[in-house]
Design a binder for this molecule. Sequence first.
Ligand SMILES: [Zn+2]
Length: 589
Amino acid sequence: MKGYIPEDKVEEIKSRTDIVDIVSQYVTLKKAGRNLIGLCPFHKEKTPSFTVRQDKQIFHCFGCSEGGDAVSFLMKVSQISYPEALRQLAAKAGVVLPERAVSRSEKEHLSIREQYYRVNGLASAHFARNLALPAGKAAREYLAKRNIGPDAIAMFTLGYALDSWRNLRDYFEKEKISLLMAEKLGLLVPREGSGSYDRFRARLIFPIEDTSGRVIAFGGRIMGEGVPKYTNSPESEIYIKGKHLYGLYRTREEIRRKGFAILVEGYFDLIALWSHGIRNVVATLGTALTHEHVDLIRRYTQTMAVIFDSDEAGKKALTRSIDFFLAGNMRAKAVVLPDGYDPDDYVRTFGKERLDETIKQAGSMIDYYIDHVIGERKGLEEKREALRQAIALTKTISSASERDLFVRRVSERLGIEQDVLIKEVRQTAAETAKTTLQAPKEDKKVSIDAVELQLVNIMLNFPEQVPIIDDSNVLLYLTTNDLKGLGELIIETFKQNGKINAIELIKTVEQKPVREKLMLLLVNDSPYDETVIDRVIVDTIKKIKQRWYKERRKDLQIELRKAENEGNTSLSDQLVLEQKKLIQEEKGL
Ligand SMILES: [Zn+2]
């Protein structure tokens, strides 16, 4: 598959792609010196250790050691193959790739996941076409009645599933799509015995996309009365409810622009707000908020306004989600709408400005929690329960001053002496510390020679110096095999192309610790100035050779002693000669 896109096209794609643009779609980057930093999408973290170097077009995470270029970033973040990543970058950069029919063997190579996305994409387009058919009239009228216009329909690729048990199935059959695959995606439901039928019938269809814009599942809503009101795709290999948010792919730019995200409970609410011009919205998909959701949003913003119902269920949902926000270092506001209103009703009744204002005026989630959840507890037992909850929550607040404030206000609310509460909190904190404090796992030690590492790092950073290093034959003196191999590869590549691609070369290194060290050095600024680099190279080469001679002399000395002890005079004479030669050579360094 790797040769699938011609090499010159690959070069063109890479040269017209800016890693900062690509990464920015998934991570909010901030400037830090010459680097851009953000929260790593590949591991969980509260302070940014994910670093992008625009001048070198690479990324590296100091937390989890992921690293590479724009292509590898896209592959990893979207879990797609190398050719697929290149194709996406080509589309973005406006590089036209030669159109080629997909051969049978290539089709087999297309990863299963990509085939799933394709089937969902076809289904989505099919539903969208249905909506425009005469049979979709009722659905169109329903949307119009809910103020959902053509732009929202187009933006969210809304569709319609006909009132039929086999409309989609027939379409798939005609298109020679694997029905088994459609069953696995939940688009078709297997019949007992054999055969299958359409899951979605006579429903409005909301395709659910991941953060790369691929359709991963569908939501279906009935238009009149009836149950169930909503039907969603079951979870599949590409869709896990608690991990995905509806709309994020379409609204993330606006979220970034506005600096915060509004969280609602379903796709209808999201589209209603979007249609009224409130576009920094995401929605959960019929599940309670999870910490994975919070992690996902945190890639784009650290501020949220969560719209809750004012009923008991809403308060419960708030209590459940509050520690995700605290633990995720998210500033969250609790927007509570008047009784009986959901965001759709509210914005339709009172308009955009009023909702904007309500969101603006909303207090923090912690305030709401203290006032309405803890504050309304009556009686000793209820208060004790509230206290237990509050103490559990304090553990997740990472900022000490915020924690103190929280404790003070909870104690005021519950009428408990602050000292008593603080003591209680400290005690639980100490207990947790005891159980969670473990020595960090240590990586298997691989000794990497610092001077040799420096040499190879220079070769990667200053390829124009490669010929000088080649002439010195210094690579023959390296003792770390991985570095020696990489050094040889750099020389070879430079001789052939007159340039090198540092990332690609580093990737060939076998041992992970060596690879990571090199990546790390590449991300960091080269400590050498152009003006002193000649001097540094001469010194480094000398150091490596000197050390080699020293080792060699030691070995010779041991051999010589052994030969003398054994009375092997011819060998010892030879060794003495060699020793002299070695010292001579060393002097000439
Ligand atoms: Zn990381």
